[in-house]
Design a protein around this ligand. Structure first.
Ligand code: NI
Length: 134
């Protein structure tokens, strides 16, 4: 089994807020991340695909192809967007790094032509990242 990783960066905004909770509870849980107008991050995304090498090409998967799949299904939908308002796959979901990571996994699952999606890692800051393996 071999693993390949494609890294992408994007900028996006979010506000951590649960409309089912009171203002006080939101403030207590999310602190300044619940500020009404949101805030931005420079996210780093790492998509790992696992599988066997194709003996004809020596590739598991052409990274150009993986790049294209990520661009079309994720980056085009999230870059310079606000997760609470204009990202279709996050509608009604609190846009924590955890939930965004799962959302991105769902966007990519089943779209990788060779090998299979192994993990999605999302860095929200230099020190904080989440990882989802399905
Ligand atoms: Ni944030």
């Amino acid at each position: 089994m071999i693993y390949i990783t494609r890294r992408e960066v994007f900028a996006a905004s979010h506000r951590l807020y649960n409309p089912d909770l009171s203002e006080e509870e939101n403030e207590l849980i999310y602190d300044k991340c619940a500020n009404p107008y949101g805030h931005g991050h420079n996210y780093i995304l790492e998509v790992v695909v696992a599988g066997e090498i194709d003996p004809r090409t020596g590739y598991l998967l052409d990274l150009k192809e993986l790049k294209k799949i990520i661009k079309e299904n994720v980056i085009a939908k999230v870059d310079h967007r606000h997760f609470n308002f204009d990202v279709d796959f996050m509608k009604g979901i609190i846009p924590t790094a955890e939930n965004i990571c799962i959302g991105i996994w769902n966007q990519l699952a089943g779209k990788i032509p060779a090998g299979k999606l192994h993990s999605v890692k999302l860095y929200e800051t230099e020190n904080n990242y989440v990882e989802y393996k399905g």
